[in-house]
Design a protein around this ligand. Sequence first.
Ligand code: PMV
Length: 387
Amino acid sequence: MTFISTSAPGKCILFGEHAVVYGHPAVAVAIDQRITIRIQPSATGIWLLDGGTLNMARNPHIKGLIDKLWPVSEGAPPLSIHIDGNIPRASGLGSSSALSVAFAAALRLARGRWVENEGDSSQNNWAEGFGSSVSGSDAYGESKGFFSQNDQEKMFLLTGENSVDADENAILAHSVEAAAQNGRASPMDSSTCSHGGVVVISDQIESELSYLYRRELSMPDGKQTWHIHELDLGVVSDDVYLVIGSTGVSAPTSKQVAKVANMLKQNPDRMEEIETIGKIARRGIDALICGDYDAVGRTMTENQIMLKSIGVSSPELDALIKAAAPSSLGAKLTGAGGGGCMVALTKNPKITSDAIELAGGRTLISKLGSTGMMINSPNNDAFWTKK
Ligand code: PMV
């Protein structure tokens, strides 16, 4: 039976968490752990997830993408979806973004896409266009111009790899992440999981990096704008690894962000510490560009000192970081803190991983900057296209 399979990596933050909320740059890297999705038309005529009935309410990212890309009301058939992967859930490693990116790509392949051909086939324009709005609107709705496909001189169908695009997957994933999180989500996870490599997000254009795009989102507390960049690592030294250690303690990102906001409200002078994290992140970016991993590690450790000072580390994180320190180039918490994960940069992944496990953490080992969204299936002809 025909099937489509796609995958996307998780991510971890190397520099700048929390300060990014106040406009400073943050650096995220795609990790080797991935989510893989496989879809095929459902043989039973009902939506299936891993063999059981798909519960749309419990799977908001999946539902959001079906609403945008797969118009059941117009005859798009129910699908059977399988999810596989090794990104731990709810641990700040981007599992929901990786799922959203991979599923967006799979749905896009499963229906192909219409593009406007304005004479020059190298200049095909996407027929729909997206905004990172959180609404569940059909991506092919009239306002997006899809209906002009009848004008065959202007429109034609792309199938297979040509019908997906990393920017578009990132924006689709961002919009369903925001919808699943009460309208709030930064594009850091969705962009890193879609593009792979190393992604830098900032409230300004960073001139030393390659610019990808600008993202805007109207959130409950106002419109936010982010500038997303790619950082080219060049030749990554073969012997440098990330070891990610999970404390097993769950600490919601929203609570940690609110904690920092309260601290700043009570002591506005402490914005200096946030600014210091911003400066450290810029030094981290320079060290990554130069491929100076000793400096990258040192800068991570400095970043951790400041994260601890603003109150987002925890005894469990401190214990894992301390255990990793002797065998690594540097270590810090990654993500929101308070629990969740830490990350160490090391040339001795086995020794660092053992030390973290001995201190009570569960570990993952990854190279820096894994490949972004990938198509794994050999044939990717559309299952269904609008007549
Ligand atoms: O825990 P994560 O990976 O979702 O990262 C949170 C990063 C923060 O800077 C703390 C919050 C944010 O929105 O950027």
